[in-house]
Design a protein around this ligand. Structure first.
Ligand SMILES: [Mn+2]
Length: 332
């Protein structure tokens, strides 16, 4: 039976009764000192574009929500008088959903949300405050490993570097094709960072792409997947702040999602799709973002069906109450 389409909800799905299994969380964050490229409007545009995404996928064999409860809570309110307060606000907004039962899909916003997101992920029972258990997989045109950009250490160009500050287990990057010498040197020298450059994965003559899929299939423990949509080829996401040619194809991105979610020893605890900027002439950019978020939801549901979600999360400590608000970034 066809459900009623609800405006403002991801995929137009009606608000479910009871506690959601999957939440789509909008974080319309844009650093005020940046160029104002429109990422703060991205999440709403993505939710709107999701209305055009097919609810059926052969992997599940039925329409979404496929028996689960998928909810779109109100967006982060953007409150905070300065950058540190805003990052704390984002972290506190996300943290209650990292209860080990809910799968958060976060829509951004600048990639600068990543450190706030990682801080919140510390709440997840599989991480439990020990960030050395957490692996991040990053799809991105940029390494985001700068120490600062124009004096700002929380610039989107520093997102991965600030995430690494938490002492992550490992960072895997793919699609990277724009980086400074400092970032290149860090990639070469830091044994906690593995980067598959775009120039390598696109070669039809060798198996680098297969190596990437194999390597991420072996990740153990909790994983966060962060998709900067500029990691895809610029032709797919022309409105993002810094579109770059030579990126991942759509299907390479889907293959990456598939490999991660079907990993035997790893469990994807959350994902984000960021740097969404509304495109005016056609909705291609926001639609691409919406379909990738949907693919994540589909593969998460598939992982649940395979027992790969509950098996791992139930084994961990469960958090029954959200942790009290923290001021990590203000005290940093
Ligand atoms: Mn990025």
């Amino acid at each position: 039976m066809a459900e009623e389409f609800v405006e403002g909800n991801f995929l137009g799905l009606a608000k479910p009764d009871g506690k959601p299994d999957i939440v789509v969380l909008s974080v319309p964050y844009e650093l005020t000192t940046s160029y104002g490229q429109g990422t703060s409007e991205g999440p709403a545009a993505c939710v709107e574009a999701s209305g055009q995404v097919e609810l059926f996928d052969p992997l599940l064999g039925e329409d979404l929500p496929a028996g689960l409860r998928i909810s779109t809570p109100p967006a982060w309110d953007g409150e905070g008088n300065n950058l540190a307060q805003q990052l704390d606000g984002i972290s506190n907004f996300l943290a209650p959903w990292y209860d080990g039962k809910t799968f958060p899909v976060i829509l951004g916003g600048e990639h600068g949300i990543l450190p706030a997101l990682v801080h919140a992920a510390g709440n997840h029972p599989l991480v439990d405050g020990d960030f050395s258990k957490l692996t991040i997989v990053q799809i991105d045109a940029h390494a985001d490993l700068r120490e600062e950009l124009e004096g700002e250490v929380f610039s989107h160009a520093c997102a991965a570097a600030r995430a690494m500050d938490f002492g992550l287990k490992h960072l895997f990057q793919v699609g990277v094709r724009a980086f400074s010498q400092h970032e290149y040197n860090r990639i070469q020298s830091d044994d906690k960072i593995t980067t598959y450059f775009a120039s390598e994965i696109q070669k039809s003559t060798d198996s680098t792409w297969g190596n990437w899929l194999d390597e991420i299939s072996q990740i153990e423990g909790p994983i966060h997947l962060t998709i900067d949509i500029d990691g895809l080829d610029g032709s797919l996401v022309p409105a993002t702040g810094t579109p770059v040619p030579g990126g991942l194809t759509f299907w390479q991105t889907v293959e990456t999602i598939q490999a991660l979610f079907s990993s035997a020893k790893g469990v994807v605890i959350s994902m984000d799709v960021n740097e969404i900027v509304p495109q005016k002439d056609t909705p291609l950019t926001q639609f691409t973002a919406a379909i990738l978020a949907t693919k994540g939801i589909i593969h998460h549901i598939n992982a649940r069906r395979a027992g790969n979600w509950t098996k791992q999360t139930v084994a961990g400590r469960e958090i029954s109450q959200p942790k009290p608000s923290t001021s990590y970034f203000q005290n940093r």
